[in-house]
Design a protein around this ligand. Structure first.
Ligand SMILES: [Cu+2]
Length: 117
């Protein structure tokens, strides 16, 4: 009896995992951030701890130094932002707090990812 129950659980597990994967992907949030002459727009975004979020960056100007960015807390370094072409980056912030993002060249731009519990 116990063995049968255990087998039933083991057989059910992959099905449960397969069920959950698409839901989790669908729940993944996407946030668009533009890089204009005013810098990052928006400068501050809000996300939840432990939830994957896709940041889509679109740089629309050559007139700032923000041509590549760093997000030190996510170990993102020199992520290149081509002109007029959106590029996506998925992160899953592990703890609540504020993660900064800025230009690679001079650590400018003052972007903030506010991570809540
Ligand atoms: Cu800069």
């Amino acid at each position: 009896m116990r063995l049968a129950a255990l087998l039933a659980v083991l057989l059910a597990l992959p099905v449960l995992a397969a069920d959950k994967a698409p839901a989790a992907a669908a729940a993944g949030k996407k946030i668009e951030i533009k890089v204009t002459e005013n810098g990052f727009e928006p400068k501050e975004i809000k996300v939840k701890k432990g939830e994957p979020v896709t940041l889509s960056f679109l740089r629309t100007t050559d007139r700032t130094c923000i041509k590549a960015i760093d997000i030190p807390a996510e170990k993102v370094k020199n992520f290149t932002l081509p002109l007029d072409k959106a590029v996506a980056l998925t992160i899953t912030p592990a703890k609540a707090g504020v993660e900064k993002f800025h230009c690679t060249a001079m650590a400018m731009g003052g972007g903030k990812i506010v991570v809540s519990d």
